[in-house]
Design a protein around this ligand. Structure first.
Ligand code: SF4
Ligand code: F3S
Length: 263
C-alpha cells in the first residue's frame, strides 16, 4: 500500500473551453475540495485561484526560480501562430506571457506532465479545421513524456486517479500512446450494453431507440476508454445512454471522428 505524498500542482489552461477544470469540479471520488486540500497544493489555476494579474503569474515564475517540485496539468491546446501570440495567459514584467512560453517553461521543469482532455492531448476541437490559431497538442512542443488523458472533457476520475497514482506509486502503466491503462485499456464497444444488439444485427434507425447505434455513426468500435462501466455525472449516465458516442476520447477527435451522426 503506497503512502500519499502531497505535491504542488499547476493547472494551466491554454486554448480551449475550460471544460476540463469544470469537469474536475464535478468529481466525487474524491471531490475537488479533498483533492486540493489533501492531495495537492494547487499553486496555479486561473479558473480557481484568487490571485490575478502579475501576482498570479509570479507564482509560476517563483516555482521555476526556486526549483520547486511540482506536477503540471495542462488543458487546452498550444497555439503556435505568430510565435504563440494568439494566446496570451498574462503579463510578466510588462511583457506578454504566451501559452506557448508557459507550456515550455513549466513543461521542462515539472516532475510529471499530464495533458488533460482532447485539446491538450492532440489539439482537439481547438485544432479542428481550419485551425486558425495553429493549435497543436502539448506533446508537439515538449521533448519529454506527457501522460495523455484524452476526452472532451476528461472524466474527473481519469485525472484524479492518475494524479493519485502519481502521488502514491509514481507513474501508472501507460499504453504506447501514453494513456494510463487504468482507464484506457478496453474497447468501449466490447463493454457496451448494446453489444448484444450489434451481434444480432439489430440497429437503431434514429437516436433515442434502444438498439445498437452503429448505423447512426457510433464511434464506440474505434474508441478505447471505460465510459460504459464508469459513466458520468456522478456515475449515472453516459453518451450512449443519452444519444450516441462521438469518439471524444479518441486521438484525432473531432476531425477524424466526423460525421458524428449519419442518417
Ligand atoms: Fe458498439 Fe456503439 Fe453499438 Fe454500443 S451502440 S454496441 S459501442 S456500435
Ligand atoms: Fe466521449 Fe464516447 Fe465516452 S462520446 S465520453 S468517448 S462514450
Amino acid at each position: 500500500r503506497g503512502e500519499l505524498k502531497k505535491k504542488k500542482l499547476v493547472w494551466l489552461e491554454l486554448n480551449g473551453c475550460s471544460g476540463n477544470i469544470i469537469s474536475l469540479m464535478n468529481g466525487t471520488n474524491p471531490d475537488l475540495e479533498y483533492a486540493i486540500t489533501s492531495m495537492v497544493d494547487l499553486v496555479y489555476s486561473n479558473s480557481l485561484m484568487v490571485a490575478e494579474g502579475e501576482a498570479a503569474i509570479s507564482r509560476l515564475v517563483t516555482l521555476i526560480e526556486q526549483k520547486e517540485d511540482f506536477i503540471l496539468a495542462v488543458e487546452g491546446a498550444v497555439s503556435l501562430k505568430n510565435n504563440g501570440l494568439y494566446h496570451v495567459i498574462g503579463r510578466w514584467k510588462g511583457e506578454p506571457l504566451t501559452g506557448l512560453e508557459a507550456a515550455k517553461m513549466l513543461g521542462e521543469k515539472a516532475s510529471h506532465v499530464i495533458a488533460v482532455g482532447a485539446c491538450a492531448v492532440d489539439g482537439g476541437p481547438s485544432a479542428a479545421r481550419p485551425n486558425p490559431a495553429q493549435c497543436v497538442g502539448l506533446q508537439s512542443v515538449l521533448n519529454r513524456k506527457v501522460i495523455k488523458l484524452p476526452g472532451c472533457p476528461c472524466h474527473p476520475d481519469w485525472f484524479l486517479g492518475t494524479l493519485a497514482h502519481l502521488l502514491m506509486y509514481g507513474e501508472p502503466k501507460l499504453d504506447q500512446q501514453d494513456r494510463p491503462l487504468l482507464f484506457y485499456s478496453t474497447s468501449l464497444h466490447d463493454r457496451c450494453p448494446r453489444l448484444i444488439y450489434f451481434e444480432r444485427g439489430i440497429f437503431s434507425k434514429t437516436l433515442g431507440e434502444p438498439f445498437c447505434l452503429f448505423k447512426l455513426g457510433c464511434r464506440g468500435p474505434v474508441t478505447r476508454v471505460d465510459c460504459p462501466t464508469r459513466k458520468w455525472n456522478g456515475y449515472v449516465n453516459w453518451p450512449i445512454g443519452a444519444s450516441t458516442c462521438i469518439g471524444c476520447s479518441q486521438f484525432g477527435f473531432p476531425d477524424k471522428m466526423e460525421p458524428f451522426v449519419t442518417y
